[in-house]
Design a binder for this molecule. Structure first.
Ligand code: NAP
Ligand code: GCO
Length: 268
């Protein structure tokens, strides 16, 4: 029997691409992977944000390589993967993190807006996974982590496109596992609960009288941990799913939600 070692959690020498890691959850997970030894490549849509992020990585002791690339554009993603292979090496770990949300009641939502969300949150993870898989197959191993959501399991008012995309991403995760598990590729999801980032800032905005936003109060009441998650809460789970310690974990979505999915919520 192979011996277990804490080194199985290390990522020394591994090349990781974290999409949309100029800020928020992606930035936090990329820092986590770097602390475990991985070389970090990340992308975003503007040079300005990339430059600012590279500086923030440096302040945290990480030499990350940032690239301008819109993940919805297949040619741009193919070029990104080629450049990373030349500059850092073949990608061992892909985290499909880039994502957007539009909170619009379904009957008022344009088809264009619906498509834009699905394009970023579902089609782009397909494009990125498709681009890295050949290199991973040739190398004999690979880790793909798709950032899912509470909305991979639950619905709520105004987020039809996001829920459709994140539910689809859960199934894309299982399908990549089913199709490429034989090639020693593990594809898992992380389903963050409600995490304090730019994306959820409007849901935490204090009211004019200084009181907490009703949605903020609702999330505290719905989360057994009684708090919003922080990006740091995603670091350990990301390292685990990127490492050899999870080599027989495949097609799974790890919910990192302070217990939301286990709880019916507090009586008002
Ligand atoms: P965020 O702070 O808004 O960050 C999203 C990132 O995605 C940005 O850094 C943005 O980079 C990038 N991005 C968006 N569209 C892109 C595109 N077309 N190409 C390249 N990059 C793109 O949001 P977050 O809260 O950290 O969310 C990160 C991921 O976690 C998303 O998939 C989100 O759905 C998911 N999630 C969030 C929560 C939460 O509570 N916050 C919970 C569950 C799941 P640029 O602006 O630099 O392009
Ligand atoms: C919303 C939120 C969520 C979170 C997250 C939950 O409007 O309900 O933005 O969708 O961002 O994905 O896990």
């Amino acid at each position: 029997m192979a011996e277990f070692s804490m080194n199985d959690f290390r990522l020394d020498g591994k090349v990781a691409l974290v999409t949309g890691a100029t800020d928020g959850i992606g930035f936090g997970m990329a820092l986590g992977l770097a602390k475990a030894g991985a070389k970090i490549a990340f992308n975003g849509r503007s040079q300005e944000k990339i430059d600012a992020a590279v500086e923030r990585y440096k302040e945290n002791g990480v030499e990350a390589k940032g690239y301008v690339c819109d993940v919805t554009d297949e040619e741009s993603v193919k070029a990104l993967v080629k450049t990373i292979e030349e500059e850092l090496g073949v990608i061992d770990i892909l985290i499909n993190n880039a994502g957007i949300i539009k909170r619009i009641p379904m009957t008022e939502m344009s088809v264009e807006d619906f498509r834009k969300v699905v394009d970023t949150d579902l089609n782009a993870p397909f494009i990125c996974a498709k681009a890295v898989l050949p290199g991973m197959i040739a190398k004999g191993h690979g880790k793909i982590i798709n950032i899912c959501s509470m909305m991979s399991e639950l619905g709520r008012e105004t987020v039809s496109a996001y829920a459709a995309a994140k539910g689809g991403l859960k199934m894309l995760t299982r399908n990549i596992c089913a199709e490429y598990g034989h090639a020693n590729i593990q594809c898992n999801g992380i389903g963050p609960g409600y995490i304090a980032t730019k994306q959820t800032a409007p849901l935490r905005e204090p009211q004019a009288d200084g009181s907490r936003h009703p949605f903020d109060q609702f999330i505290i009441a719905k989360t057994p941990a009684e708090r919003w998650g922080e990006v740091e809460d995603l670091m350990g789970p990301a390292v685990f799913l990127a490492s050899d310690a999870s080599n027989f974990v495949n097609g799974h979505v790890l919910y990192v939600d302070g217990g939301i999915l286990a709880y019916i919520g507090k009586q008002p």
